[in-house]
Design a protein around this ligand. Structure first.
Ligand SMILES: Nc1ncnc2c1ncn2[C@@H]1O[C@H](COP(=O)(O)OP(=O)(O)OP(=O)(O)O)[C@@H](O)[C@H]1O
Ligand SMILES: [Mg+2]
Length: 322
């Protein structure tokens, strides 16, 4: 069932066309990926879906209902939740409090916010960080906090903007399993991610944006074999005779339950960077009074740890993407 449909959406910032007549969909029960080089328009499209950015043209539908002009907080109540590329955790609150804020926000749906919070902490493996301030946990853990906070509203559509950056290899493997699990529960999961092995492993369908234009949509196998995609990522004019030398579909992830539990039970390695955003400047879309302009602006600022987009919106064209 089509849960999300983005139809012919265009977003212009002055002279820059960030998204150009893009049409994508995300189905319930599926993991759908949105990929593309830096500056392709992925985060901008997420902002349009969540209502933080008004499209210049085009429409957004949730379960067939036109939500193009629905305010952000009402979209959250209709079951859209997201995580941010630039972390938006409340730095001065603990991990547990960050999740509880979201669970409380939809108290009518969550009969027991405290219980929902505890279960999410256990499920995502955040027990050892529950009482730690969000600005004192490793970046990868903070991303999991954002994921838990998004899940606290029991979303029907979950949007994840580069959720695996900061996670170790083992954590990323477990994270892939979690994504499949979330989709198996009937949610539509739409993920923006640069980790191509992860994307190829977990996605049912992939949309590829390049400089704001949708250049391909299909299964992982179809997308990897698509000449336009290869050209966008690798600068290739023709597909190589070997059908897939560098983009072979990874085997289905093999992870036993013990490894999965161990990974999500608090064995997170601490990467060097830490969450820096002060609480006063952060806000979730579950809040009742969102500030679309400032949120959209903040998402446009490249993270210090990310390579900045080039002025023309084109990204790197190296084989490293795959
Ligand atoms: N608020 C804004 N004002 C002006 N230009 C913007 C704004 N937000 C995004 N852009 C531009 O729109 C284009 C698309 O940016 P966007 O952040 O959506 O790309 P992205 O695909 O998410 O890239 P990345 O992979 O680096 O996160 C870029 O050229 C960017 O500089
Ligand atoms: Mg982005």
């Amino acid at each position: 069932m089509t849960r999300l449909e983005v139809r012919d959406v265009t977003v212009r910032f002055g002279g820059v066309t960030a998204v150009n007549e893009a049409t994508i969909a995300a189905d319930a029960g599926h993991v759908t990926a949105l990929i593309g080089p830096n500056g392709a328009g992925k985060t901008t499209l997420f902002n349009v879906i969540t209502g933080l950015q008004k499209p210049t043209a085009g429409r957004v539908f949730l379960d067939g209902h036109d939500i193009t002009h629905t305010p952000t907080h009402r979209r959250a109540r209709h079951g859209i939740a997201r995580t941010f590329q630039r972390l938006e955790a409340f730095g001065s609150l603990t991990v547990e409090e960050n999740i509880r804020v979201a669970a409380d926000a939809i108290r009518s749906k969550n009969a027991k916010p405290a219980q929902v919070t505890r279960e999410l902490i256990r499920r995502i493996g955040l027990e050892r960080y529950a009482g730690v301030r969000a600005d004192a946990v490793p970046t990868g853990v903070a991303r999991l906090v954002e994921l838990a906070r998004a899940l606290a509203i029991d979303p029907a559509l979950l949007l994840l903007d580069e959720p695996s950056s900061g996670l170790s290899q083992a954590e990323t493997a477990a994270f892939g399993e979690l994504l499949r699990d979330l989709a198996a529960q009937g949610r539509a999961v739409l993920i923006v991610e640069h980790d191509m092995p992860l994307i190829m492993r977990v996605s049912d369908r992939i949309h590829v944006l390049d400089r704001g234009v949708l250049i391909a949509s299909g299964t992982p196998g179809e997308v990897q074999a698509d000449p336009a995609v290869r050209k966008a990522y690798l600068g290739e004019d023709e597909p190589p005779s070997d059908p897939n030398p560098t983009m072979a579909m990874p085997a289905v992830v093999e992870m036993d339950e013990e490894t999965f539990v161990a990974t999500y039970a608090g064995t997170h390695a601490a990467p060097p960077t830490r969450v820096a955003e002060p609480a006063a400047e952060t806000e979730t879309e579950t809040e009742s009074e969102p500030e679309p302009e400032s949120e959209a602006e903040s998402e446009a600022v490249p993270e210090s740890e990310e390579p900045p987009p080039s002025p023309d919106g084109a990204g790197p064209r190296s084989g490293g993407w795959f």
